[in-house]
Design a protein around this ligand. Structure first.
Ligand code: FES
Length: 270
């Protein structure tokens, strides 16, 4: 049974970071957002600061966004293109695979050959047009069948807890050939020749980013729908914080059951 504070306080988010987001394959971005070598997308997913980058050979890497000098964020913009990554704090630089390249002499590490100087690389898989990573073992592939060509991604920032957004996106659906939910963060809808994937990015406990990835259509056509999702979720966040919890529904019930299992792993029984 969900409680109001699970949506409105940081404790539940910390529990989710230790359970849900430490053990599952998590989506990070669309493969198509990394079209060219040097393209990157960074995000904090369930409290884990990471970024995906395409290297010069075309491979995609997901790296921890934590400089090996003093653990500060190396990538501070949500997306872009670069030849290498330079930490703005003291100038350590890394290549597109996260390998340490150089540092200014006063800041240079003693052992320039140490493997500990490279950014931590996470198990990565590209499946169904999406880049997945995992903190624990190889991400299990998610198969949603054949996809039309990637058309683009609409990015929406929402002032709500990530669970409010997932509940809203699941609420009107039951599992079917045209709707797939890949627990915990990805919903796939098929509508005629078009496939839309809604990817929830739990940034902080009250900040959520929604990626609407469009395949086989025009990405800008999804902007209005994404704006509506934002407005509805921000109103629902207010409801949750004031004690009005989500209505039942097949997938919402399943979501709550899985969350309860995750919380039980983390919280001692009372
Ligand atoms: S923290 Fe990155 S160079 Fe010092």
């Amino acid at each position: 049974m969900m409680k109001s504070e699970d949506y409105a306080q940081g404790d539940a988010f910390q529990a989710e970071k230790r359970t849900v987001f430490s053990t599952q394959a998590l989506p990070l971005c669309a493969d198509g957002q990394l079209a060219r070598p040097g393209d990157f997308v960074s995000a904090t997913v369930g409290g884990w600061s990471v970024f995906a980058v395409r290297d010069k050979e075309g491979a995609v890497h997901v790296l921890r966004n934590a400089c090996r000098h003093q653990n500060m964020q190396v990538v501070s913009t949500p997306a872009g293109n670069c030849e290498s990554f330079r930490c703005r704090f003291h100038g350590w630089t890394y290549d597109l695979q996260g390998r340490f390249l150089s540092a200014p002499p006063p800041m240079a590490p003693k052992d320039l050959q140490s493997p500990d100087l490279h950014l931590a690389s996470l198990p990565t898989a590209v499946a169904s047009g999406i880049v997945f990573f995992s903190l624990a073992g190889s991400p299990a592939p998610v198969d949603v069948g054949a996809l039309p060509a990637y058309s683009g991604t609409v990015v929406t920032e929402i002032a709500c807890n990530w669970k409010v957004c997932v509940e809203h996106l699941l609420a009107e659906h039951t599992p079917s050939a045209n709707f797939t939910w890949a627990w915990p963060l990805l919903m796939v809808r098929r509508a005629g020749a078009m496939t839309i994937m809604e990817q929830v990015v739990p940034h902080t406990f009250l900040r959520t980013r929604l990626f609407t990835h469009v395949f086989g259509g025009v990405a800008d056509d999804s902007k209005q729908a994404a704006a509506t999702i934002k407005n509805v979720c921000e109103a629902l966040q207010h409801d949750r914080a004031s004690g009005k919890l989500a209505a039942d529904g097949t997938l919402v019930d399943d979501f709550h059951r899985r969350l309860a299992e995750a919380y039980a792993e983390d919280r001692p029984a009372t």
